[in-house]
Every structure is written in structure tokens, then in C-alpha cells.
Design a protein around this ligand. Structure first.
Ligand code: NAP
Length: 340
């Protein structure tokens, strides 16, 4: 016997990947339903070799369904996730709405799988921000060995992190630069994204940092260790899929770069590609459609006693969202619900 699974936001970037990954990983599904807004009623989406017709989230009855993977944004999550949870369906949510709620576990299975048991307080589990998810996968095994004190990270985040509209804006703006008849002004992003980089993701806070930067700090503390200090600069780049991060780490204990490479090579969820030669590292285009979090360019930071720098790349729609959510569903299945 398997699970009755709901995918809410099935017409979106993350929702479509959730359906792909559930099928690829042969998640034990007895029944599956794809939901989106009313305007997408009947839109066809793929689940393995099957085609599902999208239904309306607004009128859906969650009674009798086991797990709901949500990727609809915070506003819709606020309305529909409590309904699903109250009907006895465990929600795994991709929005930021519940991530900082002390009664909701925020989980990256390679890092804090044991937090799964906290789901029962609200019947909701939160999935982290895409840039946090890949970073904590890389930090965890190094933290276990040498205790991380401080992290300085700069991100290079793809436009798919801003949903379907973000990808369309880069595509149409890029075309319009070659064919200036169709002017495509900035709408989803604050400035032109084609052939540009933008040092703003999400809104500004009073501190001067952006909400995306704040999320990386708060989520790393919740998932990995509240004692770790993090400072982030989050930047949108004209890449369709795949987030990259330049990460500088200060440890309590000395960690040699070669030992760090050995640790990362063995760590769950990580693929080390680090040849110290031209092209001997990973770039975002190479990680599209992959499960792994890739690490390259591991090197000593000689400006501090116990420091390392590295480069970390992952498919933001997969490890940063849909894959992590499906891994949480697998964890929930194996540790709690125990069907299938
Ligand atoms: N993209 C990433 O890298 C990433 C990473 C981590 C987390 N997330 C989070 O995942 C969520 C989805 O992101 P996305 O990139 O997949 O966005 P997207 O491509 O814009 O898709 C949004 C999906 O939500 C549905 N939706 C929106 N409002 C709805 C409503 N009121 N009722 C029913 N369905 C509604 C849309 O349905 P229609 O097509 O019918 O409008 C669509 O299926 C967001 O919370 C985002 O922050 C995204």
C-alpha cells in the first residue's frame, strides 16, 4: 500500500519538478492529484509516462489524502495549507511562510533528518530557501569535523528562482536586445536582467540587507546550528537554472583543504568536482536536472587561522526545492507514516 499524494502548484517551475522527481524516484504513490489555480483547470502535466489534468486547489477536499507537496507561494499557502493540515494531510511547504515558526520543522534530510518528528504539532513541514538548502548540505560535514564559527557567502542565483515569470522575463528581454522592436522592460526583476547582474533578491529590510540574505542567516541557524554566524550577499544573474555560491568559512579548528575534499567526497548529497585545472570545476549549466550539490574550488583561506573557501552549485528547482521536498516525503514515509 502506498500514499495518496497531492501536488499543489503543479503548473509551476517547482510543482512540475516535484511530479518528475516523485516519478523518477518511484515514490510509492497509490493516487496522485495535480492542483493549481482555477485558470489552469484542465492543464495537462506529466507524471512519469502518465498525463494528469490539473484541478482547482480552491475547491479541493484534502480529506483522506496522506501528503501534500505545496509550491504555490506564501499567499495561497496561508489559505490552503491549514485546510490540508486540518484534514489530516501532512503538508510539505516550499514557501517561506512557515520556515521560522518554532512549531514547524525546517528540514534538509542530509543535515537534520531527526527534526521530522516535530511535524505533528501543525501537520506541516517547511522546505528551506533554495540558496540555503545547497549551502547547508556542503557545510554540514565540515561543521561536524571542525566546528564552523562564521560563513561569508555571495550567491549567483538563477532566474528560475523567481518562478515561471522570471524565466520568461530573461528569455524575452534577451531576444528583445537582438530585436529592439519588442521592448521588454523590467517587471519581475528590479532592473534589466538580460546581460546584467542585480544585487537584490526579495525586499529590503531596515538593516540594509535583503530578505533573501536574512533568510540564509535565519535558516542556516535553524537547520544546522544557531551558533554559526552568517553574512550573505544575494545576487540574481542571467542564468536560467542553477544557483552558485562562493562560500568562505571560518572554523574553530584547523581543517586542511585536502582533508576537506576527502570529507566532502564521502558526504551524502555532495559531488566533489575539484581538479585545480582549467575547467576542472562545475558551473550551473552542468548541474541542471541533477540531484547532487556540487562542490569545487576547495582551498585554504590564508588570511585567517582556520579558513577555507569553496564554490558550491546546485539545481535550485531540484535540491533547492522539489528534490528536497520529495526527500522529506520519503523521510516522513520511512520514519513516521510507514506505508508502502
Ligand atoms: N523556484 C525556486 O527555485 C524555488 C525554490 C525554493 C522555493 N520556492 C518556492 O516555491 C513556490 C513556487 O515557486 P515556483 O518557482 O514554482 O513558482 P511559479 O513557477 O510561479 O508557479 C507557481 C504555482 O503556484 C500556483 N498558484 C499560485 N497562486 C495560486 C493560487 N492562489 N491558487 C492555486 N494555485 C496557485 C500556480 O498556478 P497557476 O499556473 O494556475 O497560476 C503555479 O502552479 C514559491 O513559494 C517559491 O518561493 C521556489
Amino acid at each position: 500500500m502506498g500514499y495518496k499524494v497531492v501536488v499543489a502548484g503543479a503548473t509551476g517551475n517547482v510543482g512540475r519538478e516535484m511530479l518528475n522527481i516523485l516519478a523518477e524516484r518511484e515514490f510509492p504513490v497509490d493516487e496522485i492529484v495535480a492542483l493549481a489555480s482555477r485558470k489552469s483547470l484542465g492543464t495537462e502535466v506529466s507524471f512519469g509516462d502518465k498525463t494528469l489534468k490539473t484541478k482547482d486547489l480552491d475547491t479541493f477536499d484534502f480529506t483522506g489524502w496522506d501528503i501534500a507537496l505545496f509550491a504555490v507561494g506564501s499567499d495561497a499557502t496561508k489559505i490552503y495549507a491549514p485546510k490540508a493540515a486540518a484534514a489530516g494531510c501532512v503538508v510539505i511547504d516550499n514557501s517561506s511562510l512557515y520556515r521560522y515558526d518554532p512549531d514547524v520543522p525546517l528540514i534538509v534530510p542530509e543535515v537534520n533528518a531527526e527534526a521530522i518528528h516535530g511535524y505533528a504539532k501543525k501537520n506541516i513541514i517547511a522546505n528551506p530557501n533554495c540558496s540555503t538548502a545547497q549551502m547547508v548540505v556542503a557545510l554540514k560535514p565540515l561543521h561536524d569535523r571542525a566546528r564552523i564559527k562564521r560563513v561569508v557567502v555571495a550567491t549567483y542565483q538563477s532566474v528560475s528562482g523567481a518562478g515561471k515569470e522570471g524565466m520568461d522575463e530573461l528569455w524575452n528581454q534577451t531576444k528583445s536586445i537582438y530585436n529592439p522592436v519588442d521592448d521588454v522592460p523590467a517587471k519581475k526583476f528590479q532592473k534589466q536582467i538580460a546581460f546584467n547582474v542585480i544585487p537584490q533578491i526579495d525586499v529590503f529590510l531596515d538593516s540594509g540587507e535583503t530578505k533573501e540574505e536574512w533568510k540564509m542567516v535565519a535558516e542556516t541557524k535553524k537547520i544546522l546550528d544557531p551558533k554559526i554566524k552568517v553574512t550573505a550577499t544575494c545576487v540574481r544573474v542571467p542564468v536560467f537554472v542553477g544557483h552558485s555560491e562562493a562560500i568562505n568559512i571560518e572554523f574553530e579548528d584547523f581543517l586542511d583543504w585536502q582533508e576537506a575534499q576527502d570529507i566532502l567526497r564521502e558526504a551524502p548529497g555532495i559531488m566533489l568536482i575539484d581538479k585545480r585545472e582549467p575547467g576542472g570545476y562545475i558551473t550551473p549549466i552542468e548541474c541542471v536536472g541533477e540531484y547532487a550539490t556540487y562542490v569545487s574550488r576547495v582551498r585554504q583561506d590564508s588570511t585567517i587561522d582556520n579558513g577555507l573557501s569553496l564554490w558550491c552549485v546546485s539545481d535550485n528547482l531540484r535540491k533547492g526545492a522539489a528534490l528536497n521536498a520529495v526527500q522529506i516525503a520519503e523521510l516522513l514515509g520511512s520514519k513516521v507514516l510507514k506505508k508502502g
